[in-house]
Design a protein around this ligand. Structure first.
Ligand code: FAD
Length: 450
């Protein structure tokens, strides 16, 4: 189908930067109209969480990859900057498009913005439709028996597992019907997403942003790591996890596709597949919580933690961010994060716990640092992770359970291979573990009493 003569559809890309298994794209193609793929850079519409530096680096690469994939199919990515509603309306006017399709986002600021965009477009007589590309189970559809959102993971996941998952994905189309006249576009470089000082060399060594990179990472995981996942997923010294988190965040691969690939590989590895899908379940749970409790990106879900006596200590905070706490596992994690934009989940737990318990610095400061430095920075997962560690979120680790970084290292990095990769020097600890532990428990007691 060429789409000639029909008015085009604008396909608004956001965190769904892929051509396969993309429901908004599939719906646009079904109309047989020309499709105009669009990306609008509007960081001011992300509320308190505009993309951080590492995310912007990833986004620049991912947009370039998407544009290249589109060009192979006779199409291209139109890049714009400005308020989303006005920009989309301007592009529609310029191209004669009569419809705008996109895949949904679930972060509070994005939900509010999208509602306004939809109303504005419809108010102009344009068709505006949204689809689900990024979750297995949409947050508003999963409820407990009383019709309330879940706050505990296990019953949430049990309910999900008996619910239908999105239909099989469609392969990337061989061609996209092009517009007769392309609207004007910026270059990706005009968005100035990348740092002016090139600190991203370490990122380039370990990541390939884009749909092909996501597929490659999934294939590697299925071939080399899925079988050992239950035993190895907590081992930062082993490449035992999928490293799909940034690809999932930017929608370069969808969870439904990962789900089916894991199910397909599950024969003989049923327990491993189940363990892996459960982690995807935690991602779903994180989105469920953020959607139903939108204030939790800023405030603890458990209200008594609003009274917790967090300390402000820029010097200790800086030591933590630089990987200079004198606790080798914490320092290795923080240096891995700085150099590669990613940290192993077990080490994230230990490093985050160290900040909120050993240093008594608020989880919100830690969450903001991770937000700026992680390539997989994700408002739902980051909020869940930090509130879980700080003991103030849904189904969280109790605050009084305080990780000992040395014991954690002995258990999960037994030969010290991971630590040795990032930390070579021996440095005195900036706080004593036992003293810090007592101080943390005393701080907890103040909110229990009041
Ligand atoms: P795998 O073990 O291969 O898991 C597969 C996928 O499941 C992941 O890609 C991820 O999408 C999901 N997943 C796995 N573990 C979790 C989890 N605990 N919570 C939610 N989803 C999970 N993850 C992010 O994607 N973005 C963040 O900003 C983020 N911040 C975190 C902050 C803290 C303090 C903590 C403790 C965890 C955070 N996580 C975050 C969760 C987790 O650490 C990463 O998702 C995981 O390390 C990614 O590596 P992987 O893809 O190899 O995981």
């Amino acid at each position: 189908m060429t789409g000639e003569g029909r008015p085009p559809v604008l396909l608004w890309f956001r965190q769904d930067l892929r051509l396969s298994g993309n429901p908004a794209l599939a719906a646009a193609l079904d109309r047989g109209s020309p499709v105009i793929p669009v990306f609008v850079w509007a960081p001011g519409e992300e509320g308190a969480w505009p993309p951080g530096a590492a995310s912007r680096w990833w986004l620049a690469q991912s947009l370039a990859s998407l544009d290249a994939d589109l060009r192979k199919r006779g199409s291209r990515l139109i890049v714009a900057r400005g308020p989303s509603a006005e920009t989309l309306m301007g592009l529609a006017a310029e191209s004669g498009a009569t419809a705008v399709f996109w895949n949904r986002r679930y972060e509070p600021a994005a939900v509010e913005r999208d509602k306004k965009v939809k109303a504005a477009l419809r108010g102009q007589g344009l068709e505006a439709e949204s689809f689900n590309a990024s979750l297995l189970f949409e947050p508003r559809t999963v409820r407990n028996r009383s019709g309330e959102p879940f706050r505990v993971f296990t019953p949430f996941w049990r309910t999900c597992l008996v619910s239908p998952i999105p239909p099989p994905w469609k392969d990337a189309p061989p061609r996209l019907p092009p517009a007769c006249d392309w609207p004007s576009s910026l270059n990706i470089a005009d968005l100035q997403l990348e740092p002016s000082i090139d600190w991203a060399a370490g990122f380039r060594e370990v990541w390939q942003p884009g749909e092909a990179g996501a597929r490659q990472e999934l294939d590697r995981f299925l071939a080399e790591a899925l079988a050992g996942y239950p035993a190895n997923r907590d081992r930062p010294d082993i490449a035992g996890t999928s490293r799909l988190s940034p690809h999932l965040h930017f929608g370069e691969i969808g969870p439904a596709e990962v789900w089916r690939a894991i199910q397909g590989a599950a024969r003989g590895h049923a327990a491993a597949a189940e363990a892996y899908l459960r982690q995807l379940g935690w991602r779903e749970f994180a989105y469920h919580l953020l959607y139903h409790f939108p204030e939790t990106a800023q405030a603890p879900l458990r209200p008594e933690f609003a009274r917790f006596p967090w300390k402000r200590n820029p010097e200790l905070f800086k030591a933590w961010t630089r990987g200079r706490t004198g606790y080798p596992l914490v320092d290795a994690g923080m240096r891995q994060l700085w150099r590669t934009g990613w940290m192993h989940n077990r080490v994230r737990m230990v490093a985050a716990s160290f900040l909120v318990k050993h240093l008594l610095i608020s989880w919100r400061e830690g969450a903001a640092w991770f937000w700026d430095t992680l390539v997989d920075a994700d408002q739902a997962n980051n909020t869940l992770g930090w509130q879980w560690v700080a003991g103030c979120g849904a189904d969280a680790a109790p605050y009084f359970r305080i990780f000992n970084p040395a014991t954690q290292a002995a258990k999960f990095d037994p030969q010290g291979v991971y630590v040795h990769r990032w930390v070579r020097e021996a440095a005195p600890p900036i706080v004593d573990h036992d003293e810090a532990r007592h101080r943390a428990l005393a701080a907890l007691a103040t909110i229990a009493k009041s």
